[in-house]
Design a binder for this molecule. Structure first.
Ligand code: GZL
Length: 330
């Protein structure tokens, strides 16, 4: 009796030891009819990123014929490289990469190519020499994302138009160094500083696109007595943190300090309506339907465009309505 019980218990442990059915796309009939997509996501650092993940989950759903495997890299490139290798080992049908930074992808993307797994890049760009040079020609199938220099130019030109020859002392809250969003937006501000001698860069540092770090940086600048009247926040979450720091110091965001930001999340647009954020440049995170369309084209043997820039707008209190905010997808 005891032996039988032992055998039964051992069998139960084996069957339910947390190992689920083989997740390999092949070898598990539950998934065989689905297109298996391995998605290496940057992380969950911002409202934008979470909206991007939700968009991918909604589009690449089982109802739409997909099995989506998401890896959250917690903003670490080396975790993305490991995730891509795991996807290759699992034999997924497609790999989608939202790269943390631009450099360092050629080796692992060459491995995906050797495994004949198409790679779709979304959001940020990978190293431009790969993207446009011969080496890059076959390391990814297509790219869907934003024009970050254009976004940055919109914010800088708004400051130039709004304040003309007035002196501006600018605190620059940057995104993760080396990410296309940071590279493009920062380059635009640098050109603005060169064009406008009445502007000074009061302080600059990376807030990692997070609310906590954005608040921490502005608290530090205030404590150091740095004089500034503009905050150029490279995403809304850092702007939220900056607003909290200003309010805690008895300053009025939008009055004592002008804030320009990027992403245009619903929460941020409410702050544009209230006047706390003066200008917000949209960065569209809803890549899911576009990735779905590209994969369906590839499945039909068609060739999707190599580069697709998403539509984006700009917002200030003059063009915003509550209806527009309520109707937004994120
Ligand atoms: C932009 C995206 C940036 C967002 C941030 O496309 O890469 O990363 O602006 C996000 O909110 O963290």
């Amino acid at each position: 009796m005891r032996i039988r019980l032992m055998i039964t218990l051992m069998l139960m442990v084996f069957l339910f030891d947390g190992c689920t059915a083989p997740t390999s796309p092949s070898g598990n009939e539950e998934y065989d009819h689905l297109i298996v997509v391995g998605f290496s996501q940057v992380g969950a650092e911002s409202d934008w990123r979470n909206a991007n993940t939700r968009s991918m989950q909604q589009a690449l759903s089982a109802e739409n014929g997909f099995r989506l495997i998401i890896d959250d890299a917690q903003q670490k490139k080396e975790r993305q490289i490991t995730a891509i290798r795991n996807f290759i080992h699992q034999g997924v049908d497609y790999i989608v990469l939202a790269p943390t930074t631009e450099d360092g992808w050629d080796t692992v993307l060459a491995e995906a190519k050797a495994a004949n797994i198409p790679v779709i890049i979304i959001d940020r760009m990978i190293d431009s020499s790969l993207a446009t040079g011969d080496a890059g020609a076959d390391l990814f199938t297509c790219w869907i994302g934003s024009d970050f220099q254009r976004q940055g130019n919109a914010a800088v030109q708004w400051l130039e138009h709004q304040f003309k020859d007035q002196p501006l002392n600018i605190v620059h809250l940057q995104g993760n160094y080396g990410s296309s969003a940071q590279v493009g937006r920062s380059a635009s501000l640098d050109r603005g500083l060169e064009r406008n001698p009445q502007w000074t860069l009061a302080a600059r540092d990376s807030g990692d696109f997070t609310q906590a770090k954005g608040q921490e940086l502005v608290e530090t600048y205030l404590a150091q007595g740095i004089d500034f009247n503009v905050i150029f926040a490279e995403n809304d979450n850092m702007a939220y943190g900056a607003i909290d720091a200003l309010k805690n110091a008895g300053l009025m965001p939008g009055k004592d300090v002008i804030i320009v930001s990027f992403d245009a999340n619903r929460r941020a647009l409410e702050m544009v309506m209230s006047g706390e954020i003066s200008y917000d440049v949209e960065c569209n995170p809803l890549h899911g339907p576009r990735v779905q369309a590209v994969i369906e084209q590839l499945e039909r043997g068609e060739t999707p465009p190599r580069f697709t820039f998403v539509e984006e707008s700009v917002f200030d209190s003059a063009n915003l309505t509550q209806t527009l905010i309520n109707d937004r997808g994120y």
